[in-house]
Design a protein around this ligand. Structure first.
Ligand SMILES: Nc1ncnc2c1ncn2[C@@H]1O[C@H](COP(=O)(O)OP(=O)(O)OP(=O)(O)O)[C@@H](O)[C@H]1O
Length: 914
């Protein structure tokens, strides 16, 4: 056995003996063993340290290829006994299965599902049966294949030249009704369970010294934030070495892939710098060949990685996640250090105060930089020539316009003088010539100005070029409309100059101009851009100035159905061709004067939803269907995501007769028992904007966390209450245009069309951003979504649509609903939710304190009845069984004692169950 070297000691905690076992050179197959989240939880609840150690020893032994001899088995998973195994230790059964994973080839792996007492085993088997029923016969047969190396059972592997397909045609397949799967609306789902208890969405963690240390230390109930095993689709993207684009609907793992890819590179770099240890050779998502390749590549290079996204809260969440992954990889603790997160606010400026506003001379320990796009612009601005802001007279008087630190007065200037969508609509639009504006929609005009006119280097495109876009087949604007928009643009520019204000496009164009004329020393960098749909193409092309490794240095991920940044309008194909023309061709223009073929980077599509169940996804898909109908050019059409878990339709809350549901639920009048006394930490009220947020805060104080749709972007919650989305929509009664779609689908009588406006791309362009916002709001929930509206009239068109398709359920605010909604949360839960989802921890704690007296009345958590049947003890047996060190066996009467060495040492041979 290998001695623990200094680098392996790093990972060793109190259980050095086990660390050495994990790292042992005998333990050749440890990369093929994975522990489920459930196993880790159940293991944590075991009270006997001796039992814990014994189980780990057996699992480590199994990971070397050792297998107990199989005997007559009575306790088994009916249909899949060849791939579902179990062994017994001191009255507990450890259940594991054989699976197949795709990395550089397909390979058999072991998944350890749970450790349970006898009475719970049968229920586990039934659920595993359901999962395996969804697999193809070919997949199952390959799991059954045994590959022997002497006495050892080693993983069988297959080349990736032929696909091994895991799932039958999910969502279309007809399942055996006994399998536990279910059929709804002609679509079948593998499971009928709560999302966080689902087996098909369960996270698995690979066997490592860190995991073993975790298992053997007393960490029961703490939030796990370990690098989990991604699925084959995600792994392929993580391992793909070239620049690429990742497209996928909400909850399909885009942020996860970016974060893991970035973290993996850090690990490879660390290994290349320190030399390989035994543990590191076995690190997840890599094999030694792969690592050695990077050893060569990284030597002598510094690793400069940047993660850029628009939402500061998402940025904060990614930063926290990366720091925990880093801590885990270097053997530190991987739970959030609660005390260090007790901050009042996630403020953009405070978040980046230690990163200078320049890319020149940034110290390497600042990497990876996880920054917002706004911070990225500030850093670029400080990197070449004179700052853009120095042109403003008032700024010249500020104390320091310095590259590394910007004064508070300058930051305030930037915040208050930027013309954004709201400022454009409310302050500029009313002052623009009415003759021009009367037939135009301000939001659409803002998009046109920011995304299609103010592009390029020289103050934007000419009128002639802009108007000529109407000749394109895909253009939805006539030449006349484009001329009018261009006139508005001219007026707007004049007014803006007069008021000494600027918009983001001004800054971006100025940066392009400066960066083109002055040489910024580009570094070899890796860029990970998340939620790329919220950036304009001109903004995106700024990345090329500071990243020289175009072939490999860029990963863009996003979903154009979730574009909520105002003024942005593109599809992934546009970004891909921009990348080719602006990044690839410009970086190679001197070396390759002719256009090369085959240099367009790959677009990967992620299709499995990991976040939520079919009830929510179907509602979300109905919004996508409207987008496809009215605005087919505005987003990338993808096949609907795969969902494995069946779930209830979201609930529309019927308001009381004379007040809105929020008042009924949270307070005001009414019986205390039917009032919801606050939301838990995993729940959120989503609203359109800050004004509605303020309005609700006035009603309910600190009883719940309230976020705007922009703030919740990229985050997730157990339950979501979407409040007054339609009632506060700028579309007002124009939502009636959806009847046109319903009529086309034969969902309403044609008389509905009489009172509906007929759809016009230009007049109803705001519907596009409304639908995208609605999609983002619906997809934030993992389990339950409640929709509450104050105006029946404004909601009616969408309500009719959803009701007709059976996508919602209507419920009155009564006792049962009020009881189902809240969830008592401990102080720790509030904190950990804040950590997970980057919320305002201070607010959460204040909120909790303020309702502390009411917590006594808190409705207990909505408990779903456990549907397990009592298992029948007389009917069970086991694969193999280990007695405890005394050789006793609790189930002796029913189950013949087997085996084990009868001591605490590792069993060498399993003897027979008689
Ligand atoms: N292979 C996996 N197994 C289990 N859970 C996973 C897996 N991959 C991702 N997840 C989980 O799925 C959830 C959604 O992932 P993520 O936030 O990366 O999706 P996204 O595509 O970025 O979503 P959005 O577009 O809505 O921001 C997260 O909770 C993540 O931990």
């Amino acid at each position: 056995m290998e001695e623990c070297s200094s680098s392996t000691k790093r990972a060793a905690g109190p259980e050095d003996e086990f660390t050495c076992l994990v790292l042992s050179d005998d333990n050749l197959y440890r990369k093929q063993v994975f522990f489920s989240y459930n196993f880790i939880n159940s293991f944590g609840k075991l009270t006997s340290n001796h039992l814990k150690k014994f189980v780990i020893k057996i699992l480590l032994k199994i990971s070397t290829g050792w297998r107990p001899k199989r005997r007559r088995v009575n306790l088994k998973c009916e249909n899949f006994s060849q791939i579902v195994k179990q062994f017994k230790v001191e009255g507990y059964y450890v259940v594991y299965t054989i699976d197949i994973m795709k990395e550089f080839h397909y390979e058999q792996v072991l998944k350890v599902w749970d450790i349970l007492p006898l009475e719970e085993i049968q229920k586990l088997f039934v659920r595993l049966d359901t999962i395996f029923n969804s697999y193809t016969e070919d997949f199952i047969n390959r799991c059954k294949v045994k590959c022997l190396d002497g006495n050892l059972e080693v993983p069988m592997s297959w080349s990736i030249s032929h696909d091994i397909v895991r799932y039958k045609n999910i969502n279309n397949a007809i399942f055996d009704s006994d399998s536990g799967g279910c059929e709804v609306d002609h679509r079948s789902y593998v499971e009928n369970s709560k999302v966080n208890e689902s087996f098909s969405l369960m996270k698995f963690y690979s066997l490592s010294a860190g995991i073993v240390n975790h298992l053997l230390s007393d960490q029961e109930g703490k939030e796990l934030d370990l690098p989990f095993e991604v699925n084959d689709q995600e792994r392929e993207i993580i391992l793909f070495p070239k620049s690429s684009f990742i497209l996928g609907r909400s909850g399909t793992g885009k942020t996860t892939v970016l974060t893991m890819k970035l973290h993996r590179k850090i690990e490879q770099y660390r290994i290349a710098s320190n030399g390989l240890s035994s543990e590191e050779r076995g690190m997840s998502l890599s094999n030694s060949a792969d690592v050695s390749q990077y050893v060569g590549e990284f030597k002598g290079n510094m690793l400069h990685q940047l993660f850029v996204t628009v939402n500061p809260k998402l940025c904060f969440a990614v930063k926290q996640h990366l720091s925990r992954l880093k801590s885990f990889a270097s053997g530190g603790q991987f739970y959030a250090d609660k005390s260090s997160y007790d901050m009042d606010d996630i403020d953009e400026m405070a978040q980046f105060h230690d990163i200078p506003d320049t890319f020149v001379g940034i110290h390497c320990d600042k990497y990876p930089l996880v920054i917002t796009f706004h911070k990225f612009l500030m850093m670029l601005d400080g990197s070449v020539g004179n700052s853009y802001f120095e042109r403003f007279h008032s700024v010249r008087g500020f104390p320091q316009v310095n590259r590394s630190t910007r004064s508070v007065s300058l930051q305030t200037f930037i915040r208050t003088k930027e013309v954004n969508h709201e400022r454009f609509c409310f302050f500029y639009w009313p002052h623009i010539n009415e003759k021009l504006t009367k037939c135009l929609d301000p939001s659409r005009v803002f998009v046109e100005i920011m995304s299609h006119i103010k592009v390029g280097l020289q103050g934007g495109v000419s009128r002639e070029d802009y108007v000529s876009l109407s000749d394109r087949r895909v253009s939805t604007l006539s030449a006349q409309e484009r001329n009018a928009i261009y006139d508005v643009f001219k007026d707007y520019e004049k007014m803006k100059t007069k008021h000494c204000e600027f918009d983001l496009a001004d800054l971006v164009m100025n940066l392009h101009f400066r960066l083109n004329n002055e040489n910024l020393q580009g570094e070899k960098m890796d860029f990970y851009v998340d939620e790329v749909q919220d950036l304009t193409t001109t903004q995106i092309s700024l990345f090329r100035y500071i990243c020289k490794n175009v072939d490999e240095g860029f990963v863009f991920s996003g979903d154009t159905a979730q574009t909520i940044a105002k003024g942005v309008d593109f599809r992934f194909e546009d970004v891909r061709s921009l990348f080719y023309n602006e990044f690839v061709m410009k970086s190679k223009k001197f070396r390759f004067p002719r256009r090369e073929k085959g240099l367009l980077s790959d677009i990967f599509i992620l299709s499995q939803n990991f976040r939520t169940h079919s009830g929510v996804l179907k509602l979300a898909q109905s919004v996508i269907d409207l987008l496809s109908h009215f605005f087919p050019q505005s987003f990338d059409v993808l096949p609907p995501e795969t969902s494995f878990v069946n779930g209830e339709p979201p609930i529309v809350i019927e308001p009381g007769s004379n007040e809105n549901a929020i008042i009924t639920v949270f307070g005001g009048s009414g019986n205390v028992d039917t009032k919801m006394v606050g939301f838990g930490a995993e729940q959120v009220i989503l609203v359109r904007d800050d004004s509605v947020k303020k309005e609700i805060s006035n009603y309910i104080g600190h009883q719940a966390l309230i976020l705007t749709i922009v703030e919740c972007k990229g985050l997730k919650f157990q339950d979501v209450l979407l409040f007054n989305f339609f009632g506060s929509s700028p579309l007002r009664t124009q939502w009636r245009v959806v009847y046109e779609f319903l009529k086309e689908k034969d969902l309403v009588h044609s008389s509905y069309l009489n009172s509906s406006p007929s759809f016009s791309q230009l007049r109803h362009s705001v519907l596009c951003s409304e639908l995208k916002q609605l999609y983002v709001a619906i997809t934030r929930t993992k389990q339950r979504l409640w929709i509450s509206e104050t105006s029946e009239e404004l909601f009616k068109p969408m309500f009719d649509y959803w009701k007709r398709l059976g996508l919602i359920q209507l419920r009155k605010v009564d006792d049962s609903l009020a009881k189902a909604m809240p969830r008592a949360s401990s102080r720790e839960e509030w904190k950990s939710q804040g950590i997970k989802d980057s919320l305002k921890i201070g607010d959460l704690l204040k909120s909790l304190e303020s309702r502390r007296p009411k917590l006594d009345f808190f409705f207990s958590r909505f408990v779903v009845q456990n549907d397990a049947d009592e298992s029948n003890e007389s009917n069970v047996s086991c694969d193999m069984e280990f007695s405890n060190s005394n050789g006793t066996n609790d189930d002796k009467k029913d189950l013949p004692v087997a085996v084990a060495s009868g001591t605490q040492s590792m069993p060498n041979q399993a003897s027979e169950c008689s």
